[in-house]
Design a protein around this ligand. Structure first.
Ligand SMILES: C[S@@+](CC[C@H](N)C(=O)[O-])C[C@H]1O[C@@H](n2cnc3c(N)ncnc32)[C@H](O)[C@@H]1O
Length: 240
């Protein structure tokens, strides 16, 4: 039992890494033309705290989106790191600013309750997935294989953040070799906010002046099946 709990804790540890807005902006600027008239789903994102939600709601008109759907997993607390201790999750559907401004106003961001815990595999979340044209998020690293398999099963376009090691997973490598998915404008180093309970002996882990804990990873990259200019750049060969 204790061993199981430990294993779960280890697994969950890298599931609560929160992506910073500049890292999202740096990648998504390469996909602007794909978003016009589209419904975007962020399905591992508490809309009250997710920078993916922030990015798409603030750029809703600029990107010409049709709808933004965001679902969170378990926690209903406003706290970014509430440890998913509530079983009932929330979601949100945003259709743009109706008051003429560029910034979404609170009344337009109606938060609704899900029946279950917001697991991306649950039937109600799959119904939301079916509505989406493009899925964009940083999913839990421990469920990466399952997450990608579901996107492929429902034939969705996506831009998601993952660990570079995923390239070597049998099922992910197969998709890459079949040209069904590829890497985005890959990042090699990225810093994530982590929960207050997070602890590690590593130079990649630190606490800032405000007490916020951080963990950087040198091996993350974006995975996508949307076309980007980088795919069409000629490879200059300089050696035989
Ligand atoms: C790596 S974090 C990223 C959070 C957010 N997308 C971001 O980038 O800041 C992954 C998130 O997925 C949530 N999660 C874990 N298991 C999940 C599941 N089965 N279904 C949906 N979300 C899940 C975690 O609670 C966590 O908030």
């Amino acid at each position: 039992m204790a061993n199981q709990t430990l294993q779960q804790a280890r697994k969950n540890k890298s599931d609560e890494f929160y992506t910073q807005l500049p890292d999202i902006e740096a990648e998504l600027k390469h996909y602007k033309e794909h978003f016009r008239g589209k419904t975007v789903l962020c399905n591992c994102d508490d809309p009250r705290v997710s920078n993916f939600f922030h990015y798409f709601s603030y750029n809703f008109e600029f990107l010409g989106l049709k709808k933004l759907i965001t679902t969170c997993y378990k926690s209903q607390e406003r706290d970014l790191f509430s440890q998913n201790n509530s079983e009932r999750a929330i979601y949100l559907e945003y259709t743009g600013n109706k008051t003429g401004g560029r910034v979404p106003v609170a009344e337009e961001i109606g938060i609704k309750h899900l029946k279950g815990d917001g697991d991306f595999r649950s039937p109600e979340c799959i119904e939301l997935l079916k509505q989406a044209d493009i899925v964009v998020t940083n999913p839990p690293f421990s469920l990466f294989r399952e997450y990608v398999a579901q996107l492929i099963e429902y034939n969705k376009k996506f831009i998601i953040l993952g660990n570079q090691n995923a390239i070597t997973y049998k099922d992910i490598f197969k998709l890459i070799s079949e040209n069904k998915i590829w890497l985005g404008r890959s990042l090699s180093y990225i810093a994530f906010q982590v929960p207050s309970y997070y602890q590690e002996k590593s130079t990649r882990y630190w606490q800032d002046g405000n007490g916020q804990k951080w963990r950087s990873m040198g091996n993350v990259c974006w995975f996508t099946n949307l076309d980007i200019a980088k795919r069409h750049e000629e490879l200059i060969l300089y050696k035989q």
